[in-house]
Design a protein around this ligand. Structure first.
Ligand code: PSU
Ligand code: MN
Length: 308
């Protein structure tokens, strides 16, 4: 955690989140890259607001993270969320970009990596996202491994996601997490979910049917001095899950197009997300919204156990 002095210098915590911190109420951090770069307007705005509402309805306080005019923000107002959803000059901000964006008074959307980092600066223990970044397909050649995995490994936080998209190499992503000691818990499943679909074919070691088991695992990890994160794979609700063949075809095509166009680095994930969305006539966007909202609900429930 940052010292009080450094929090004052660099961070603005919203009154609602500050009040929750003072009273030790459950807090759920939410990322902002999904708002600025992961979904089109107006669904990005609607989803960001509905996730905040769902977190509140489930007894926790939402803390959307971002960098606005160089200030690290924990908890945004509705107007600020709208700004993140509509402004064109928002940098997708990973750890590498973070000090530059802050030092130069710029606007940054926090990825899972920098949302974890931001949450940890102020001591928040849980983050909700849609899908995490991971080891990209072909990473053996490109070295493209999302910073999300390292931040997850290095910070004491529970991250709730709907698994990883098969734009990534899910098997290698799980291997990487194992190397860095991150438990991956399947909520009601014994497989790593694949974001748009409930199954990926990759088995998880731990299936948990109750949120208190998840909170207990995280607490035990930290009490034992085993610092670092815990990843929860929460499958998309059955009724919203996509047809596996259709989504896989869209992903394969998007990967070929990215290769042909020479898309690299931080552009890769937003490029693939956009192509998949277009190839599925917007159906993938509907699925995406349902799964994020579902994560917000489960995340708030886990947070309540964590803080109890
Ligand atoms: N996966 C999604 N939607 C997203 C992202 C990932 O299904 O919006 C975003 C998240 O913010 C994640 C980031 O942290 O992309 C990963 O980017 P990269 O692969 O460049 O590390
Ligand atoms: Mn990358």
């Amino acid at each position: 955690m940052l010292s009080k002095e450094m929090i004052e210098k660099y961070v603005i915590i919203s009154p609602e989140v500050q009040n929750a911190m003072d009273k030790n109420l459950p807090i759920v951090a939410l990322e902002s890259t999904i708002i600025s770069h992961g979904m089109p307007y107006p669904q990005n705005l609607e989803t960001a607001l509905s996730c905040e509402r769902i977190v509140r309805e489930n007894g926790a306080v939402p803390a959307t993270t971002a960098i606005i005019k160089g200030k690290i923000r924990v908890g945004l107002s509705e107007d600020e969320i709208k700004f993140m959803a509509t402004s064109k000059d928002i940098i997708k901000c990973s750890r590498r970009d973070y000090p530059y964006v802050v030092a130069n008074g710029l606007n940054g959307a926090t990825t899972v990596a920098t949302s974890i980092l931001t949450a940890s600066l102020v001591g928040i223990k849980l983050l909700v996202t849609g899908g995490i970044g991971g080891v990209h397909r072909g990473a053996q050649e490109t070295f493209d491994i999302s910073r999300d995995l390292q931040e997850l490994a290095n910070n004491d936080i529970v991250v709730v996601c709907a698994g990883a998209k098969s734009i990534l190499d899910i098997g290698l992503t799980l291997e990487y997490l194992e190397t860095f000691g991150v438990p991956v818990l399947g909520y009601g499943t014994d497989e790593m979910p694949a974001f748009f679909t409930r199954r990926s074919g990759f088995k998880l070691d731990f299936k948990m049917d109750n949120v208190d088991e998840i909170a207990k695992t995280a607490k035990t990890k930290w009490e034992l001095g085993l610092s670092g994160g815990v990843l929860v794979g929460n499958p998309i609700p059955q009724e919203a899950a996509m047809n596996e063949a259709i989504i896989n075809e869209a992903i394969e095509k998007a990967l070929v197009e990215a290769e042909e166009k020479g898309i690299k680095g931080k552009e890769t994930t937003p490029f693939l997300l956009d192509k998949v969305l277009k190839a599925t006539d917007g159906n993938s966007l509907k699925a995406n919204i349902v799964l994020v909202e579902n994560n917000a609900r489960v995340g708030a429930q886990i947070a309540r156990e964590l803080y109890s």
